[in-house]
Design a protein around this ligand. Structure first.
Ligand SMILES: NC(=O)c1ccc[n+]([C@@H]2O[C@H](COP(=O)([O-])OP(=O)(O)OC[C@H]3O[C@@H](n4cnc5c(N)ncnc54)[C@H](OP(=O)(O)O)[C@@H]3O)[C@@H](O)[C@H]2O)c1
Length: 268
């Protein structure tokens, strides 16, 4: 496939990470960016002739909507000139359903994506969902265009997207909280706070890197570092007790998924 013409609407954290990935590829993509307050990096690309910034809209092969979901309802009408009979629309907005996109944009040729923040450094995961009428070619184009953010999973049934949001979309924050809580607990036990923060951070980073390199499931990795009657076991007895981490995580992901369902109702 020759490089498609792309219009990127919103070049914030996620949008700019995508464009940065496309620009570092070997194809010379035709990228138009619409953003009322572009960052320095984006204006730099425009000055170097790598992208066209805020041009008059005209139909493109792929329109990528990467604005905040709250601004989408007001600006949806202004996106229509980018959409022709052959345009594929990809939305990375949280909490905006395929039907809402289709109602506001007047096309069914669209794919909904839930990315996550590690995508900004190419280590994210994006989950895609689409109507059954979407072709394998469109799925393939989407997978290629999302590759700069990291792994691409799916398509999955849209009914799963609220839980996906609660897991991989919001999940990085749970891991940051883990590092925070570990550091606070160690400081409360008398370790100097800066040492506690440093050790907690390096431990979370190291454990994630170890898991990334291992073929073993997380529970096998956990058991491998837990000697019966040892220190890790003493801590896990607390963490895995009734009211501990598994139960709390169950409640947390349920709350995030419910909030996602509410937010989608609000944008109707
Ligand atoms: N970051 C995440 O963890 C994450 C995870 C999953 C999904 N997402 C989704 O990804 C999307 C983008 O998130 P983000 O973190 O990249 O947000 P962001 O950094 O705020 O980027 C949004 C960009 O859109 C621009 N914008 C606002 N109004 C516009 C308009 N009318 N036309 C064109 N551009 C406009 C914003 O400019 P101003 O700053 O000047 O308003 C900003 O540069 C969101 O829909 C979010 O739900 C993000």
């Amino acid at each position: 496939m020759s490089a498609p013409s792309i219009a990127l609407i919103g070049a914030g954290r996620m949008g700019a990470a995508l464009a940065s990935g496309w620009l570092s590829g070997k194809d010379k993509p035709d990228i138009r960016i619409q953003d009322p307050h572009p960052s320095e990096i984006v204006t730099g690309w425009a000055s170097a002739g790598k992208v066209v910034l805020n041009p008059e809209p005209s139909p493109v092969d792929v329109l990528i909507v990467a604005v905040k979901p709250q601004v989408f309802p007001q600006m949806a009408e202004s996106l229509k000139p980018w959409i022709g009979p052959d345009t594929l629309v990809i939305s990375i907005m949280a909490g905006t359903r395929i039907r809402q996109l289709s109602d506001r944009l007047g096309t069914d040729r669209l794919i909904r994506v839930m990315p996550n923040t590690p995508g900004a450094i190419g280590r994210g995961v994006s989950v895609i969902s689409a109507l059954t009428t979407i072709t394998a070619t469109d799925i393939g184009i989407t997978q290629t265009l999302l590759a700069p953010l990291g792994e691409v999973i799916g398509p999955v049934d849209e009914k799963h997207m609220s839980v996906v949001t609660g897991l991989s979309g919001s999940g990085p924050a749970y891991v940051f909280l883990l590092a925070e809580a570990m550091a606070d607990a160690a400081a409360a036990e008398g370790l100097p706070a800066d040492l506690a923060a440093r050790l907690a951070r390096l431990t979370v980073e190291g454990a994630a890197a170890l898991m990334a390199q291992s073929e073993e499931a997380p529970n096998a990795l956990r058991k491998a570092v837990t000697s019966p009657g040892g220190t890790t076991q003493a801590a896990l007895d607390i963490l895995m007790d009734e009211g501990g981490m598994p139960g709390l995580m169950r409640k947390a992901i349920r709350a995030a998924a419910s909030r996602d369902r509410e937010l989608s109702r609000d944008t109707d």
